[in-house]
Write a protein that binds this ligand. Structure first.
Ligand SMILES: [Fe+2]
Length: 200
């Protein structure tokens, strides 16, 4: 019956080829990560919307609201984070670093780029289980936070500038259990132009 219709999500294209981030992240990981893992979050949030719309339309479907709300938050957050993550990355280069007003802001807020790197890497390496480390903006301030799974420990009403996926699916094929090595290699592939553009 229904013209209740929330827009369904679609898997966004990557802004580069699957092998663009080698050797830091292999083509095999990027292909699986994008076409399987990210797609699963898109599919998951759409499935949650399907259930809610059927229930709203009175189609007799009894749904487990707690489970559906959990699915919606988990999958939607997973989709949002991956969509930012892909854009935060670019081809590897050795002297990759922020410049201009973004660098000034990092220096002002963290003392130095090195101090920022220490905190970001420390947070990323120590995320418990699956999750992310993120640089977020709250007004004039920048903060580094950990996110468990895709949606726990996160902070509402802030802007996300830079994220690093530390789920095993993001690095295991290339780095096995050495998350630290993956986090340290991440500095070479950050698209600082994208991060600077997000800084309001
Ligand atoms: Fe991921």
């Amino acid at each position: 019956m229904t013209n209740l219709k929330h827009k369904r999500l679609e898997l966004p294209d990557l802004p580069y080829k699957y092998d663009a981030l080698e050797p830091v992240i292999s083509k095999a990981i990027m292909t699986l990560h994008h076409t399987r893992h990210h797609l699963a979050y898109v599919t998951g949030v759409n499935a949650a919307m399907d259930k809610l719309e059927k229930a709203r339309a009175g189609e007799g479907l009894e749904i487990d609201y707690k489970a559906v709300m959990r699915d919606f938050s988990f999958h939607m957050s997973g989709h949002k984070l991956h969509s930012i993550f892909w854009k935060n990355l670019r081809k590897s280069s050795k002297d990759n670093a922020p410049t201009g007003s973004l660098l000034e802001k990092i220096n002002e807020q963290f003392g130095s780029f090195t101090a920022f790197q220490t905190e970001f890497a420390g947070a990323g390496k120590s995320v418990e289980g699956s999750g992310w480390v993120a640089l977020i903006q709250d007004g004039d301030d920048l903060h580094i936070i950990q996110i468990q799974n895709h949606n726990l420990l996160s902070v509402l009403e802030t802007k996300t500038l830079l994220v690093l996926d530390v789920w095993e699916h993001a690095y295991y094929l290339d780095y096995q259990n050495d998350r630290g090595k993956y986090v340290d290699a991440f500095w070479n592939i950050i698209n600082w132009d994208d991060v600077a553009a997000r800084l309001a």
